[in-house]
Design a protein around this ligand. Structure first.
Ligand code: ADP
Ligand code: MG
Length: 197
């Protein structure tokens, strides 16, 4: 039987995104895998900055666009922050990212991957976080991807955050997050648990 948990959060300000990320950081454990998706400027790195801070990392997390992989070991758990933006899909397998979730040679920690849609092989269990900005302003229609820095700054500050869990360990994390958010504020606009044979 497969169980899927999906929640949708209306993050109508930067602070809400940061709060969700901080809440999630309390729930993760060694082996948690976070796959981040969304256009440039949607908030993937911003999410990870708040997440890292809540994990106890005092170094400011920056975008690993050029370094590809940044490792932070000072928090409650090691954090491996990866950004596949600059890579072609065909180059991704040579990074051997599975070593991060196998934890054979590297201490098991939290793996967070920006532009995870470039992964050719998904891990068997993960949390997928999709961030998007609303498509409603005429300005948005004129925007081309990739956005320039000043266009990102001028975007509205609301984001839709959709989180889906795959695999038992990650399902439990997402269920706990959904409960926390419902209790805290009515930010979760949709939450569903479905089972299929
Ligand atoms: N609700 C929000 N959630 C996340 N980021 C937001 C929000 N509102 C405004 N922003 C801004 O949007 C930008 C997101 O940039 P960044 O996190 O680097 O995106 P990405 O890593 O997805 O390319 C930041 O400047 C951030 O301050
Ligand atoms: Mg980024």
């Amino acid at each position: 039987m497969t169980e899927t948990v999906r929640i949708e959060i209306n993050a109508n300000s930067l602070e809400v995104t940061q709060e969700i990320a901080a809440q999630l950081a309390q729930l993760v454990s060694a082996g948690t895998i976070i796959l981040l998706e969304g256009n440039l400027g949607s908030g993937k790195t911003t999410f990870m900055q708040a997440f890292g801070m809540a994990l106890g990392i005092s170094t400011t997390i920056t975008s690993p666009t050029f370094t590809l992989i940044d490792e932070y070991t000072e928090g409650r758990l090691p954090l491996y922050h990866i950004d596949l933006y600059r890579l072609e899909t065909s180059q991704v397998p040579s990074l051997h990212l599975e070593e991060y979730w196998r934890g054979d040679d590297i201490p098991l920690g939290v793996v967070a991957i920006e532009w995870a849609s470039k992964l050719t092989k998904l891990p068997s269990s993960y949390l997928q976080i999709k961030l998007s900005y609303p498509v409603r302003s005429p300005l948005h229609d004129q925007l081309q991807d990739p956005l320039m820095d000043e266009e990102i700054e001028n975007l509205p500050s609301d984001r839709l955050i959709e989180i889906v869990a795959e695999g038992t360990a990650h399902l439990e994390i997402l269920k706990s997050l959904a409960v926390k958010k419902v209790i805290m504020q009515n930010l979760v606009t949709q939450s569903s648990i479905t089972t299929s044979p």
